[in-house]
Design a protein around this ligand. Sequence first.
Ligand SMILES: [Zn+2]
Length: 372
Amino acid sequence: MLARIPSPSRRERPVADAVVACLTELGVQVHEDKSGSATGGDTGNLWCTVSGDGTGPHLALGAHLDTVMPTGSIEPVLGDDGAFRNSLGTILGADDKAAITALLHATELLKASGAPFPSYELFFTVSEENGLVGIKHLRENALSSPLAAVLDSSGPVGGIIVKAPSMQTLRAAFHGRAAHAGVEPERGRSAIQAAARAVGAMRLGRLDEETSANIGLIHGGVATNIVPDHCVIEGECRGHDEKKLAGVAAAMVDAVQEAAVQTGVDVDVGLVHEFPAFSLSRRSPVVRLAEAAVSALGIEFRLLTAGGGSDANVLNARGLPTVNLDAGMMRAHSPEEYLALDELERLCALALQLIMLAPEFTPRPRPAEPDL
Ligand SMILES: [Zn+2]
């Protein structure tokens, strides 16, 4: 079982090997890129085409191979309530192994059925949890499908994420001057005071219905009797409007620089644009495909706005329309993470519906010109 194989970000090799072995056994050739060397990991992104009938591929379905850090081993057990949990008390890793399992099993079923099915692609990324690092290194032309879906959102099957925010992270390192706090405090320049002033001047929390900002980490100083010469703050801001978000990020940087000037310390401050926002319209073929696939299961679809990023953010920015779908896992990133077996079955059925219905929603290739 995949969940049993630990795969924290950058250490996905064993789980990637299991995925490749499964697909190879099904007669599918899997490619791996060299993103591992760029991300500091031991594995690259995987992708493959599962060739069916006719033209295609019509749709790329994806999941990520890594999990957030487990604090120990993983031993999934199926409880009386029909849900898997890790009996050893940390994450289960259903985020995103539920999706990997569903995609592999759907492929197994299609291959075993002997019935015709449309061609599709699968992709499995590395280092998603530590900032969508893997997908950013996926080769531009690796996927040739016109539409894509990642199965990587917490919630019961049926949720379709059509909108997700952009995120920028901020890191500021204040460098003051150390001095004995009792003997000669006037010689010191407090980096902590500078950081506090900066944070105090920032607008944080929910700034409006589509923008938020947070300082989540602060560390500095060595002892109560030393004026601290070092303090680092780290934070983020998220928003659905890129322009507005750029303004919020710039204001955070201003607060840092102003505080440094006022307190006479130096500062190194930097912003990283972690991922861009996306917003798909109701008319978008990939949204209509997802709605149709969910409806075919007899479930009511839910169009959702995400608070976080996923591989879908990066693919949409590259011009590949991509939805992120609820994959059945609950309370992901916590020791309470669980996955109901019937949700896993529904997720597999959803993957099958997406594959079978995709040709109806993808542009048809132009018929060949008749010979004159
Ligand atoms: Zn995930």
